[in-house]
Design a protein around this ligand. Structure first.
Ligand code: COA
Length: 334
């Protein structure tokens, strides 16, 4: 009988643009302060890409690092999938096609998915299915965002929250279940679509002078409503995935929640009983980088020596759609 094949995360990489934008910098553009932003969100600074840098440029740099750390040539990658809400181009080509071309990965499938801040969990779910169905052996998954390109720099309630960056991972086939992506759960509820949205320039409200004048091409958010539902959903999702896999929080080496807001992360971490030292925290230096947030947080833990091959990670994301999801995996980077 053929041995079962499992999906495993064999490497992580990330890239952040060099330009640091502090709360102080933003207070010169909109009516806000370092004190307000720090108190309500925990964010101290974020990165903004340069005008001539696109999402694919950030994604390509993160991907190169992930490939190097996986010790793989571009030619060994069977598929490239990107999660983003800030693609290079409005409709086509996909950002994944641009990234694949940059990396020299040709004649292989490349496509984007749209699941907002839950993008990396959705990517993991897809990669796990492709690997475990033996469709592909090595998949490059990337969460990448130039969110600054869809931020309304006249809206203080959103422009202080987000930042640019990219995180990439290689998901490969293994026969070792102990090193696998054990479980991934994805979900959504479109009833709350207006909580987080870019209302303009799609087929609902096609691009026009009026749409641009109303600034509907930018992110709009109902912050307070989103906050409450995020805390509840993120917590419930973790309780459910742990129970389904007969695990407890003590079986987890690192809890890596979506990095949107320190208050959300603390509320969820406390409700679940994770000690602070087991909870990933990078929101203070990067802000909310949407689909890039979780792989960037994993990369930060990896580069700081906090996780190594064999560490068991619990990922938990929430975002526009609404979408959410969680995953339990054993890190298999070297
Ligand atoms: N600087 C100063 N004041 C600001 C501000 C800013 N950047 N942004 C909003 N305010 C003001 C508001 O205008 C409001 O003033 P008012 O009371 O005079 O009307 C006041 O602060 C309170 O606004 P509110 O929206 O109720 O604040 P809040 O405590 O809910 O905090 C968020 C706002 C956005 C930080 C918070 O709602 C949040 O984090 N939401 C979730 C966002 C998120 O994570 N989204 C992504 C999920 S993937």
């Amino acid at each position: 009988m053929e041995k079962p094949i499992y999906a495993t995360l064999t490497s992580i990489g990330a890239y952040v643009p060099s330009r640091i934008v502090t709360n102080e910098d933003l207070s010169k553009i909109v009516d806000t302060s370092d004190e307000w932003i720090t108190k309500r969100t925990g964010i101290k600074e974020r990165r903004f890409a340069e005008g001539n840098e696109a999402t694919s440029d950030l994604a390509t740099k993160a991907a190169r690092l992930a490939l190097k750390r996986a010790n793989l040539e571009a030619s060994e990658i069977d598929a490239v999938i990107v999660a983003t809400i800030s693609p290079d181009f409005f409709c086509m080509p996909s950002t994944a096609c641009v990234v694949a071309n940059n990396l020299g990965i040709l004649d292989k499938p490349a496509f984007d998915i749209a699941a907002a801040c839950s993008g990396f969990i959705y990517l993991l779910s897809l990669a796990k299915s492709f690997i475990e169905s033996k469709t592909y052996k090595n998949i490059l998954i990337i969460g990448a965002e130039k969110i600054s390109s869809i931020l309304d720099m006249q809206d203080r309630s959103t422009c202080v929250l987000f930042g640019d960056g990219a995180g990439a991972a290689v998901i490969s086939a293994t026969e070792d279940k102990n090193l696998s992506v054990l479980d991934v759960r994805c979900s959504s509820n479109g009833q709350y679509q207006e909580f987080l949205m870019t209302p303009g320039c799609g087929s609902r409200n096609p691009a026009s002078v009026e749409i641009l004048q109303e600034r509907l091409q930018f992110i709009k958010m109902k912050g307070n409503e989103t906050f409450k539902i995020a805390v509840k959903t993120l917590t419930k999702d973790v309780v459910e995935i742990l129970a389904k896999n007969n695990l407890s929080k003590d079986d987890i080496d690192f809890f890596i929640p979506h990095q949107a807001n320190l208050r959300i992360i603390s509320a969820v971490g406390e409700a679940l009983g994770f000690p602070n030292e087991k909870v990933a925290l990078v929101v203070q230096k990067y802000g909310n980088t949407s689909a890039a947030s979780i792989p960037m947080a994993i990369n930060d833990l990896y580069e700081n020596g906090k996780i190594q091959c064999g560490s068991r990670l619990l990922l938990d994301a929430f975002g526009g759609g609404l979408t959410w999801g969680s995953a339990i995996l054993t890190f298999n980077g070297k």
